[in-house]
Design a protein around this ligand. Structure first.
Ligand code: HEM
Length: 349
């Protein structure tokens, strides 16, 4: 087992949680939609970071919104984490990526944690917990098992909840994921890049920061007591963008001494300074969805001068895992090869 590269084992582990995984697709965040837009940095952004897209000129952007599930079956109305992966197109054909999701914190601190989590999260036949069991769970301060959806036969919920109930560091992420619901629109959710990054300013000052996208239209989820609709998020986005562009503010939270830098399960105190780094304007659903949603690839370590990864082991592991996944599904531009030491200077398409 140990002679199989970690990236391969990570992708295999993720696939094992979705028995209906379809070859040639992403093993998670499988259902997605590609959108065109542009980003304009705020006036203060360049005082914090020398990265090209923070200097104030308009930068083209490609965004892929997704449901977190690795199933090829689209269940927009089900409780699920959503993803927003953004590619900023820089000059001379270069690009930098920012991958974010609707969870504020992750549920694993290390790669070993992640393997244990994926083992716990394997799908098992769903069962409806009795009201008494739910009551008992709550008395023990455990999160009760969610009721299965109509036509849902298997789920990883029982395993992930059991795992979280036994692993304190996973609780924030897993419990949030269990209650996150479904957004009324991909443009009405907040997305977090979760990890800490290190940005360098023009004065050479390096800061530990975390990024998130705040929707200008506000956050809104569907009614959790209503029957979920399977497919609405793609058409909603098309209709919305035909009427008016959708906007997101890029927020950068600045860490202080004592904040968890290398641990994506740990939140930072809410009173940390948050700076608006710019506005992303989404103009239309991309014409070529095969290119903009299926073949496109993102990597959390596709950074560039001015932005570096922190020492977070999950962030570093993702670098090669996404590359591996991209190659397996025949995705475009998987340029980050070699070991993760190169991640700091990676700045390719
Ligand atoms: C060790 C931890 C993780 C592993 C092994 C992992 C694995 C993967 C893989 C294999 C893909 C498909 C990549 C592709 O084929 O292009 C993916 C996609 C994605 N992951 Fe992760 N992931 C991890 C942690 C995270 C975290 C912390 C976030 C939070 C931001 C995240 C958000 C996403 C999103 C939004 C996508 C979809 C990207 C797209 O639209 O192309 N993942 N992940």
């Amino acid at each position: 087992m140990d002679d199989i590269p970690v990236a391969q084992r990570l992708v295999d582990a993720v696939i094992s949680d979705f028995p209906d995984h379809a070859a040639g697709t992403r093993p998670v965040h499988t259902i997605g939609i590609g959108v065109d837009g542009y980003f304009v940095a705020s006036d203060v952004a360049r005082t914090y970071c020398i990265a090209e897209h923070f200097q104030g000129q308009q930068v083209d952007a490609s965004v892929r919104f997704s449901n977190g599930s690795g199933s090829p079956v689209q269940h927009d109305g089900w409780n699920d984490v959503r993803g927003m992966a953004t590619k900023f197109h820089l000059k001379d054909g270069a690009a930098t990526d920012l991958i974010a999701m609707t969870l504020g914190e992750f549920f694993s601190r290390t790669v070993d944690d992640f393997f244990a989590f994926t083992t716990a999260a394997r799908q098992t036949p769903v069962k409806r917990e009795s009201p008494w069991q739910k009551f008992l769970d709550m008395l023990q301060l455990k999160q009760p098992l969610p009721d299965p959806y109509r036509r849902q036969t298997e789920s990883g919920d029982a395993g992930t909840l059991a795992y979280a109930n036994g692993h304190r560091f996973a609780q924030l992420g897993v419990f949030q994921a269990g209650m996150i619901g479904a957004p009324v629109s991909y443009a009405r959710a907040t997305y977090h890049a979760v990890h800490t990054f290190v940005v360098t300013g023009p004065d050479g000052i390096r800061r530990n920061v975390r990024f998130s996208w705040q929707p200008v239209a506000g956050v809104c989820t569907t009614d959790p007591t209503a029957a979920p609709v399977d497919k609405y998020l793609h058409q909603e986005l098309r209709d919305r963008l035909e009427q008016w562009p959708a906007r997101f503010m890029l927020m950068m939270t600045i860490g202080e001494a004592g904040d968890a830098i290398d641990d994506p399960t740990q939140p930072w105190p809410a009173k940390r300074l948050r700076v608006v780094m710019g506005t992303l304007t989404l103009t239309k659903v991309a014409d070529d969805q095969a290119a903009a949603a299926e073949h496109i690839s993102f990597n959390p370590c596709r950074l560039g001068p001015g932005i570096e990864p922190s020492g977070d082991p999950i962030l570093h592991a993702r670098r090669d895992a996404y590359q591996e996944s991209c190659q397996r599904r025949g995705g475009n531009s998987c340029p980050l090869s070699g070991n993760s030491a190169n991640a700091r200077s990676a700045n390719a398409k």
